[in-house]
Ligand binder design. Structure first.
Ligand code: TPP
Length: 433
């Protein structure tokens, strides 16, 4: 299907309006990213992302992770348009206590939110972890005729995420381990919170990621056709390299008084709301979504559900042909463990003369035998921490079944990646240093 520019441009401006109204009403929040990345979100949510708003945790979905969590109104607006259970009343309650629309996205609060983000860089580390888990799940469960796990992990990150060290650790790991299911969109808007990004960065980020082993493309992030082309290329590559799309955007696009400057980052633009709304061709009515946009997304959702049904048919066939595997997967997702699990762990007398790490290793082995989805990793210290799963093989570019992850000396990245593995929902990750 070709890109419906007219409908998606309209939707992008209405999503901008939702962000302006919500930030204006709550007198706080971040307008820059939801305005600057509206076209990117339009292409994702309105065209290319594989997902099911009626079943947000569908295991076959693409994941969209907003690492730049301060831009949460981007997520809430597009989840609402897509038909998730994020209502206009939820958007009216933006940043209010106990709302479904907290200042930064929270995994347990909002359907369609994949990771709790806000601490810059962490979401990108989580995305690498989800990509690891998706590779592991594909290796364990897919068959030549059943591609149960066949998805992309798409992460939107800004200059802040790029500057934080945790993302460097996680992305160097992603390049080394060949996570070509990861697509990193870098919102390169040349602005951070206090100042223009040039005040604190002068590296060539694209070259840095190329050096990590990423394929790097550069596009105008406001050009939906160009962005979709880059996204499709990234999805098709399948070449053992994570993908990066550097999308040059105009922060705060739609509020000319602040666009392109550090003032656009937060709520400063909200005082120009009335003028901005007029320029975006929005009516007086606040929290406005046109019938045309609702119709577009209703139609798009039908197409998504057809895609989902095709997957479900294949999934049912897989379950019928591989009932033992299906049971394993159900148990993993339900976090079931054998009732007598603890009885498998050796008992140690209180005065045992044994190093705790050695005792830990002896406890780990039977647990790993009983829990096939337990993963154990180390930041280059398996030799000391003794948490290597015997017979569990190494996770590598060529062996995604491996249960031992060699994180390298990247402890911060290891933690973010382990959390990402947890978010994916099938495996239980542990790590040591
Ligand atoms: C680890 C961490 N440090 C600091 C912050 C505070 N903070 C939030 S956004 C931001 C600037 C981010 O700049 P950028 O990623 O370019 O976002 P943009 O201005 O493009 O929205 C800062 C310093 C944070 N959320 N997390």
């Amino acid at each position: 299907m070709s890109l419906d520019i007219t409908s998606l441009s309209r939707a992008a401006n209405e999503a901008r309006g939702l962000a302006i109204d919500a930030v204006h009403a709550s007198k706080s929040g971040h307008l820059g990213l939801p305005l600057g990345c509206a076209e990117i979100a339009a292409v994702l949510y309105g065209h290319e992302l594989k997902h099911n708003p009626d079943e947000p945790r569908w295991i076959g979905r693409d994941y969209f992770i907003l690492s730049a969590g301060h831009g949460s109104m981007l997520l809430y607006a597009w989840l609402n348009l897509s038909g998730y259970d994020v209502t206009m009343d939820d958007i009216r309650a933006f940043r209010q206590l106990h709302s479904k629309t907290p200042g930064h996205p929270e995994y347990f609060e909002t359907p369609g939110v994949e990771c709790t983000t806000g601490p810059l860089g962490q979401g990108l580390g989580n995305a690498v972890g989800v990509a690891v888990a998706a590779k592991m799940a594909a290796a364990r469960f897919n068959t030549p005729e059943h591609q149960i796990f066949d998805q992309h992990i798409i992460c939107l990150a800004g200059d802040g995420c790029m500057q934080e060290g945790v993302s460097a650790e996680a992305c160097a790991f992603a390049g080394h381990f060949g996570l070509d299911n990861l697509i990193l969109i870098y919102d390169a808007n040349a602005v951070t919170l206090d100042a223009m990004a040039a005040a604190t960065q002068s590296e060539d980020t694209g070259k840095r990621f190329q050096a990590y082993g990423f394929d790097v493309q550069k596009v105008d992030g406001q050009d939906m056709v160009a962005f979709l082309r880059a996204l499709k290329k990234a999805k098709a590559r399948d070449n053992g390299k994570p993908q990066m799309i550097i999308a040059q955007t105009l922060i705060g696009k739609g509020i000319p008084e602040v666009a392109g400057t550090a003032k656009a980052h937060g709520e400063a633009g909200a005082k120009f709301a009335d003028e901005a709304r007029k320029n975006l061709a929005l009516p007086e009515e606040h929290y406005f979504v046109s019938q045309e946009t609702r119709d577009y997304f209703a139609k798009h959702k039908k197409a998504l559900l057809r895609q989902y049904k095709r997957w479900e048919k294949m999934y049912r066939d897989w379950r019928a042909k591989h009932p033992d595997q299906a049971q394993l997967l159900d148990d993993a997702i339900d976090k079931k463990v054998p009732a007598d699990l603890l009885s498998k762990v050796p008992a140690f007398p209180a005065d045992a003369k044994i190093a705790t790490r050695k005792a830990g290793s002896e406890a780990l082995q039977p647990l790993a035998r009983e829990m096939p989805f337990l993963i154990s990793g180390s930041a280059d210290l398996h030799g000391s921490t003794l948490n290597y799963i015997e017979g569990g093989e190494d996770f590598s570019r060529d062996n995604h079944k491996g249960r031992n992850i060699h994180f390298g000396i990247r402890e911060h990245g290891m933690c973010a990646i382990m959390n990402g593995i947890g978010y994916h929902g099938v495996f239980r990750a542990s790590g040591a240093t």
